[in-house]
Design a protein. Sequence first.
Length: 194
Amino acid sequence: MKQNKKEWSKKNIVQAAKRIIKTSGYESLTVRHLAEITGYSYTNVYYYFKDLDALFWELRLDMIEDMITELTSTPSHKIDPFEEILDVFITYINYYFQNPNIFRFFYFYSFIQPVGDDSSQKLEGEFDKMWQTSFYRLIQEKIIQPNDIEVITKTIIYALHGMIMLSFSSNGSIKRDDVEKELVKTVTYVLKKS
């Protein structure tokens, strides 16, 4: 389906804003900076986004889609379902270590959801489907129950976020390899793998 000029321009602004966040952090993203980079006028950016919060919300959704694509783009061919799950979470770790400013954007910026916008719920549904698929073999082999996926996933992800945050903090001594080692311990414990 061909995009109209407004959709194309809006997408162009989002992509430019994403580049700013990836390279300089969300604190560097201003409408004036964005206008300079895109060639649009300062006021023209407001034609596409009513304010910076609306742009940041759109960016958040776009980056979540990027993450889903990243996490599902390389299928694991591990024989052991435990190793397969580890591969998915290692990809998750790698994504944030390759994009630390995106991690900061997701977890330090206070987003304001536009009234009536249910896009976030749709993406959360896609994320849930992705985890269902990732844990499928563990369910098949009766290592976990389907209704346990949400709590297991959240436990592992929250532990990872804490470790990544410590690693990114100014006095953090945790390195990427340390996070991966802790991931193995956490997944082993949560899945009761011996």
